[in-house]
Design a protein. Sequence first.
Length: 400
Amino acid sequence: MEALVPVQSAGQRLPVRLVSPSLHRCIGSVSIRRPVSGFAMDTRISSKTPSQFTIRAQQSLGVASSSSSSSVENDLRIKEWEVDMYQNELAISQGIRIRRKPPSKAPLGYSGPFELRLHNADSPTNILEEITWYKDQEVSRMKEVNPLEALKKAVENAPPTRDFVGALRMAHQRTGFPALIAEVKKASPSRGILKENFDPVEIAQAYERGGAACLSVLTDQKYFKGGFENLEAIRSAGVKCPLLCKEFIVDPWQIYYARTKGADAVLLIAAILTDLEITYLLKLCKKLGLATLVEVHDEREMGRVLGIEGIELVGINNRSLETFKVDISNTKKLLEGEHGRQIREKDMIVVGESGLFTPDDIAYVQAAGVKAVLVGESIVKQNDPEKGIAGLFGKNISHT
Ligand SMILES: O=P(O)(O)OC[C@@H](O)[C@@H](O)c1c[nH]c2ccccc12
């Protein structure tokens, strides 16, 4: 492992925190042993992990900053970079392993807290990180075509949203089963193409006839072959079910955009957002009339989410978005003990997500405490998704 560390003088011992490629943290200390040339030094790091790390140390105080500090632009770049670094730190302190952007080099003249740069750290560690990095760039491009100010105006004239949470509660009462959020999904990175002749509107209408309470529409193009045009088309085809915009949200701009495209609810993924971001985005959603499904995958994320005020809907994803492993007992595990107690106390609706195929699966997550389920693959793959729903529940749950 290689790292870059700004240092002040040779011989100094520097406490550092290393983030390894597998993103396990370890604490170590660096001692500067031998100046090489310029500002670079060879050094070794002793750490609590068994291996020794080789790092390169860079002196950035004083000398390096003098030529560039006069440039306002560079100062700004430094500030921006620092903000990114602090946000990273905050995310790591909350147990978030997904980095929101590829790590970047410290701007010229940077002097401040240590920067540790890992060799080979510029490729994403897993698929969720890859999607997140791509999203960041995609959103920057989309913002240029649809500036926030224009979206805000469009939102003012947009028709009111539909009651997503209300629809779930009603369906649960009506059927006695967990309410169904049926997912309009053409493909996924883990499963590839699920349906070749994919007509989102036809599928949405079949789901509605089959008794779905709400629909989830994948809008990510690159990894799920979805699109905002699907959301729009389903909305304008007269489908009454409230619609969840299934997107990887990393920027408030996306929430405004989703609202203008006909979403009634959005997904917030705890694995990529800090507590503060979730809190802020929840407020924004409320202001725009959108419901929020906050998705967790492990105990730690569940604990974080339970500490945030105002969450009505929590999704437990049985699929790890980092490894693709699916295990429906994850829903049960996360609803046991203290967390389960708090959820019942707050009267939150828990949505069991992913990997549900049979009436037994539905019964299993219902017994674990969910009042809703989010299902894609098992019903979207059927020639007749309406019948697929009856098959999934072992019973016709349509209104008629
Ligand atoms: O097709 P499945 O296994 O029934 O899963 C549906 C849904 O839970 C899954 O698509 C999903 C859950 N959370 C996500 C976040 C992003 C993209 C997709 C998802």
